[in-house]
Design a protein around this ligand. Structure first.
Ligand SMILES: NC(=O)c1ccc[n+]([C@@H]2O[C@H](COP(=O)([O-])OP(=O)(O)OC[C@H]3O[C@@H](n4cnc5c(N)ncnc54)[C@H](OP(=O)(O)O)[C@@H]3O)[C@@H](O)[C@H]2O)c1
Length: 327
């Protein structure tokens, strides 16, 4: 789906997919009813690299933006653009109809919620700090006990993409709160997905996406080391690495269907053949004198699955081993 200036999805479905039938878990409207030109007050707590980008996007969209940071002196650029800096968290929460928190880790969010004190009663809070699902759920309990309405959010893009059509945000929690503030949050640009009312869901998807990302980056770097050992530059190899991406994209669709269906057909490839190919990578890596752990991991998974009698199955069979501690 092309990314417009304002799109969102609910439960993984795009706004165009869900119109006019809506998932029962959400009452979110598919079209923002509030124009971004209509100024709404928003407070941003935490002015690190990301908090500053969020505050700048709200200011650009014309929202009355109040900011607070633990260490003073980080708001001057924003104040120059019209932000109002306050001295306490409580003042920030009181100043706006929506408070966005973006700090570093669960302890920091707890410190912010504690500092807000009684001011949390009746407040609307969207916490966009990265966390584990368990931390997200615990923070939601803390905020809601203090009387706040609470949305957990995760930012899926780096700071330069905040406020652009390429932004991407995952939310979980209070669907009515999301709907109420969707037009304000739209200032952050791109797509906003409400994943469900379980506050841990945005963190879960965030970490799972990072799992794909970091393993993909590590695989590329290992490949770069492998070709590099033979004098081929990473840049020269890049175009060939990129040719794997569409194949991987297609393959993931098949893997997902196999995993969900519990069936692992091996008619296109099978684990015995995969293990041989992976063995070649391990062997070539060892011969080149480079690290072998990256290709050895999938090779060892294939060997273990074959050892369980699944040699004729496809690669998706490996999920059985990943569902339990391998070592
Ligand atoms: N930067 C990115 O590209 C990016 C991308 C996606 C997601 N994120 C997420 O966004 C969040 C913020 O990242 P960032 O890049 O802005 O980090 P950062 O530049 O290191 O800033 C951290 C912020 O947290 C505040 N903080 C830390 N401990 C605190 C505490 N105990 N009480 C109050 N405030 C506290 C810091 O305040 P002080 O100034 O007082 O230290 C600062 O404002 C993280 O969860 C990160 O994973 C960042």
């Amino acid at each position: 789906m092309p990314r417009g200036p304002w799109t969102f999805t609910v439960g993984g479905m795009s706004s165009s997919d869900v119109t006019p039938t809506r998932p029962a878990t959400s009452t979110t409207s598919t079209t923002p009813t509030t124009s971004v030109a209509e100024s709404v007050s928003v407070s941003v707590i935490g002015l690190g690299a990301m908090g500053r980008a969020l505050a700048a996007a709200f200011l650009t969209a014309g929202h009355r933006t109040t900011v607070w940071n633990r260490t003073t002196g980080r708001a001057s650029d924003l104040v120059g653009k019209g932000a109002i800096e306050v001295a306490t968290v409580a003042e920030a929460v009181a100043a706006s109809s929506l408070t966005v928190v973006c700090v570093l880790g669960r302890d920091a969010v707890e410190a912010v919620l504690e500092a807000a004190g009684d001011g949390l009663a009746g407040a609307s809070v969207a916490n966009l700090t990265s966390s584990t699902p368990a931390d997200a759920r615990a923070l939601a309990v803390l905020a809601e006990k203090a009387g706040a309405r609470y949305l957990d959010g995760k930012i899926m893009v780096p700071t330069p993409l905040v406020g652009t059509g390429d932004g991407h945000y995952l939310y979980a929690g209070d669907a009515a709160l999301f709907e109420e503030h969707a037009a304000t949050l739209a200032a952050l640009g791109g797509e906003a997905d409400l994943l469900g009312d379980d506050h841990g869901l945005a963190a879960l998807y965030d970490l799972a996406m990072l799992d794909v990302f970091f393993n993909g980056m590590t695989a590329f770097l290992h490949a770069a080391a492998l070709v590099g050992a033979e004098g081929v530059s990473a840049t020269r190899f890049l175009d060939y690495a990129r040719r794997v991406i569409p194949v991987l994209d297609l393959t993931m669709g098949g893997l997902a269907a196999d995993v969900d269906g519990g069936d692992h057909p091996g008619h296109e490839d099978n684990l015995v053949m995969d293990e041989a190919a992976l063995g070649h990578i391990v062997e070539a890596s060892a011969a080149a004198g480079i690290d072998t752990t990256v290709p050895a991991l999938p090779r060892d998974l294939a060997v273990a699955a074959i050892g369980r009698g699944h040699g004729a199955d496809g690669w998706s069979r490996v999920v059985d081993l990943l569902r339990q501690p391998v070592r």
